[in-house]
Ligand binder design. Structure first.
Ligand code: NAG
Length: 293
């Protein structure tokens, strides 16, 4: 697994990235170019000349794909339309992950439900192989009726999870107080649809209804303003025509006051689990990052 030596100075790295940012391509999203189907024996498909990707799940198998590129920081958007109808027991995972035993990972997971009952959107951040940082939310819309944009902003200072441009979670770089932050290991994008009816819906009480199979989730409009990691070199480019003018502002982006208000709104009205308030789970004391924010 390629990674920066831990002593690699971030500022030097960023200036290298700025040079790399001159390479911009203005092509529309083509999912053939960006992703490989990795499993599912024909259950995952790229359709409409690369505009649409679908994953499906039946009793025999789920399916999945991964990005061709590895990234070290990025602002990564994807539109997803989740499994409609009775999706209880199904889980659609969409995440970034590095490799090895001390891996980093940034997770979105969508836990299906009975028709009309709310999906749970589950998030987690692993640094150096350690996670246990779950936050869960309901959404303010039906994620199966239409495509919605799920974004991960990952820069050296913070990780921000957003839905349709509304931030739902921020994980700050708190290395200054001893919390490891993902910043030395390049990550790939992964997604999969699988059966998890032993735990996903109402804690495993509601089982998958296989008469409804195959279950299908859809993906489109992938856009990455990201730094691609290849053979020890990181170069930032963008697949979005509109980002020519905004260049690599995302590399130092933070939440402005409007976004902070939106984040508070989500956390107040839609957050259903926060590891940072789960004192029963951490009798020895809450994780360090929870005491500061
Ligand atoms: C499913 O719906 C039930 C009832 O509204 C709710 O308690 C639960 O959080 C929902 N989501 C999941 C994934 O279980």
């Amino acid at each position: 697994m390629a990674s920066f030596p831990s002593t690699f100075p971030v500022m030097l790295m960023i200036s290298t990235l700025m040079l790399g940012s001159l390479i911009l391509s203005a092509s529309a999203s083509n999912l053939y170019q960006d992703f490989d189907i990795t499993w599912g024996d024909g259950r995952a498909k790229i359709l409409n000349s690369g505009e649409l990707l679908t994953l499906s799940l039946d009793k025999t198998s789920g399916s999945g794909f991964q990005s061709k590129n590895e990234f070290l920081f990025g602002k990564i958007d994807m539109q997803l339309k989740l499994v409609p109808g009775n999706s209880a027991g199904t889980v659609t995972a969409y995440y970034l992950s590095s490799k090895g035993s001390t891996w980093d990972e940034i997770d979105f997971e969508f836990l299906g439900n009975l028709s009309g009952d709310p999906y749970i959107i589950h998030t987690n951040v692993f640094s150096q192989g350690k996670g246990n940082r779950e936050q869960q939310f309901y959404l303010w819309f039906d994620p199966t009726a239409d495509f919605h944009t799920y974004s991960i902003l990952w820069n050296p200072q913070r990780i921000i999870f957003s839905v349709d441009g509304t931030p739902i979670r921020e994980f700050k770089n708190l290395e200054s107080i001893g919390v490891p932050f993902p910043k030395n290991q390049a990550m790939r994008i992964y997604s999969s649809l699988w059966n998890a009816d032993d735990w996903a819906t109402m804690g495993g009480l509601v089982k998958t209804d296989w008469t409804q199979a195959p279950f299908t989730a859809s993906y489109r409009n992938f856009n990455a303003n990201a730094c691609v990691w290849s053979s020890g070199v990181s170069s930032c480019s963008s697949s979005s025509p509109s980002s020519v003018s905004t260049s690599n502002a995302w590399l130092s982006q933070e939440l402005d006051s409007t976004s902070q208000d939106r984040l508070k709104w989500v956390q107040k009205n839609y957050m259903i689990y926060n590891y940072c308030t789960d004192t029963k789970r951490f009798p020895q004391g809450l994780p360090l990052e929870c005491t500061k924010s």
